[in-house]
Design a protein around this ligand. Structure first.
Ligand code: ADP
Length: 446
């Protein structure tokens, strides 16, 4: 096992990784920007190192500063968390070049699954269902028109190197497709430095279901079943749960097994998530693979009893997964609400500032992953998430009731948060019924 690990992240995920390290007997080095210099979780690290000013480009996204901190602190490994540099093959490569273990996939495995065109090919080879669409990147306009005529409109143009929901264009007819192709490619070139685009069938009705996978360095891979993340706003997940309500379990398990097979075939070590959209017939189509730990990993931890963050560290240290697929069982139901410092009553505008009152929920089946304490000042520089409230109960209904109860206990003042929105959602009749689509929340908020 590693003696010392550097955490190249901030906020709740930095604290989450620190907790896992502590339980494994691993020392932690936490980096921070000047905007986070008073963050209370830094005191829990064995060592904290300032890596630059507030803007992420000059700190959490600065590879050379992170590597310098890792060398100064003499760590054996770096955990990237999520966001920031977590999905950058050049960061994984920089760690390798400096003899530091990257807690995540190799640059090769990350590139193979991170590039959408290449990932789709790997998926198809392993029996993972993908959207009908172009075979690879589009070379000629006529080719795109032909493919679209075959699969039927609407279609969506996507960038092979895309991310963050950017650079996608939905086309309802041939004229729109023709006029958008070149624009999409130019935008992709400007945004991602790679102009390759492809097209696939666009689903008007879709649910979001993703499969959590783990691979190790010994050629083993398992899945930890699914999470349902259909409640979204602007492609950002708002509530996640596991298992997925109203779903064909036989179909799901088949897809989950092929996802694990794909992870194995990519020689992938670490935690990975295969994201899928489901159509109104319950058929799965793979969207993409996230090559890192996800924000919503706790719901899977609660229903399977597997500590995904600890596993990612153990796997990087060369350990085997240590259990078989048949050992993974689902117990009960878990739900996560992302608590953001935003004002849902005013267009979700960010609400940074000092938190004077911070009263947290507790009791049976309640988990709060948050770096906030009373007096904490939410900096305006980063993502607005200040924590995740997660509950676990025997059934979905009991979990919803528990979440409703926990949200009522949660007081964060005077900044505005998404707590009132969550309170409304967990009591919403359609959501309680289960199986809402990814546009449900935006329709509800209109
Ligand atoms: P990114 O990597 O930019 O996040 P994704 O491929 O994950 O891109 O897609 C982001 C979101 O766009 C999805 O969560 C979904 O809401 C929507 N989307 C993407 N592809 C399709 C599709 N074929 N049909 C319907 N919606 C889609």
């Amino acid at each position: 096992m590693f003696k010392r690990v550097l955490i190249a992240n901030r906020g709740e995920i930095a604290l989450r990784i620190m907790r896992a390290c502590r339980e494994l007997g691993v020392e932690t080095v936490c980096v921070y920007s000047q905007a986070d210099k008073d963050a209370p979780y830094l005191r829990l690290a064995d060592r904290a190192i300032c890596i630059g000013p507030g803007p992420a480009k000059e700190s959490y996204l600065n590879i050379s500063r992170l590597i310098a901190a890792a060398e100064v602190a003499d760590v054996e490994a770096i955990h990237p968390g999520y966001g920031f540099l977590s999905e950058r093959p050049d960061f994984s490569q920089a760690c390798r070049d400096c003899g530091i273990e990257f807690i995540g996939p190799s640059p090769e495995a990350m590139s193979k699954l991170g590039d959408k065109v290449e990932c789709k090919r790997t998926a198809r080879d392993n029996g993972v269902p993908v959207f009908p669409g172009s075979d690879g990147a589009i070379e000629e306009e006529e080719e795109a028109v032909k493919v679209a005529a075959k699969i039927g409109y609407p279609v969506i143009i996507k960038a092979s190197a895309g991310g963050g929901g950017r650079g996608m264009k939905v086309c309802h007819n041939e004229l729109a497709l023709r006029s958008n192709l070149r624009i999409a490619s130019q935008e992709a070139q400007a945004a991602f430095g790679n102009g390759a685009v492809f097209i696939e069938k666009y689903l008007e009705f879709a649910r979001h279901v993703e499969i959590q996978c783990l691979g190790d360095k010994h050629g083993n891979a398992v899945h930890l079943f699914e999470r349902d993340c259909s409640l979204q706003r602007r492609h950002q997940k708002v509530i996640e749960e596991a298992p997925s309500p109203n779903i064909d379990r036989r179909k799901l398990e088949k897809v989950a097994e092929s996802a694990a097979k794909m992870i194995r075939s990519a020689k992938y070590a670490g935690a990975a998530t295969c994201e899928f959209l489901l159509d109104d017939k319950g058929d799965f189509y793979m969207l993409e693979v996230n090559t890192r730990v996800q924000v919503e990993h706790p719901v899977t931890e609660l229903i399977t009893g597997v500590d995904i963050v600890k596993m990612s560290i153990l796997i990087a240290a060369g350990e085997k997964i240590g259990f078989r697929q048949s050992d993974v069982k689902i117990s009960g139901h878990a739900i996560e609400c992302r608590i953001n410092a935003e004002d849902p009553a005013h267009g979700f505008r960010p609400s940074a500032g000092k938190i004077n009152t911070y009263e947290t929920p507790g009791g049976p089946g309640v988990r709060l992953d948050s770096h906030v304490v009373p007096g904490y000042v939410v900096p305006p520089n980063y993502d607005s998430m200040i924590g995740k409230l997660i509950v676990h109960a025997e059934t979905r209904d009991a979990a919803l009731d528990r979440m409703s109860r926990a949200l009522r206990e949660f007081k964060v003042e005077p900044i505005k948060t998404t707590i009132p929105l969550h309170q409304r959602l967990v009591d919403d009749a359609a959501f309680r019924k289960g199986g809402v689509d990814i546009k449900y929340l935006e329709r509800l908020l209109k």
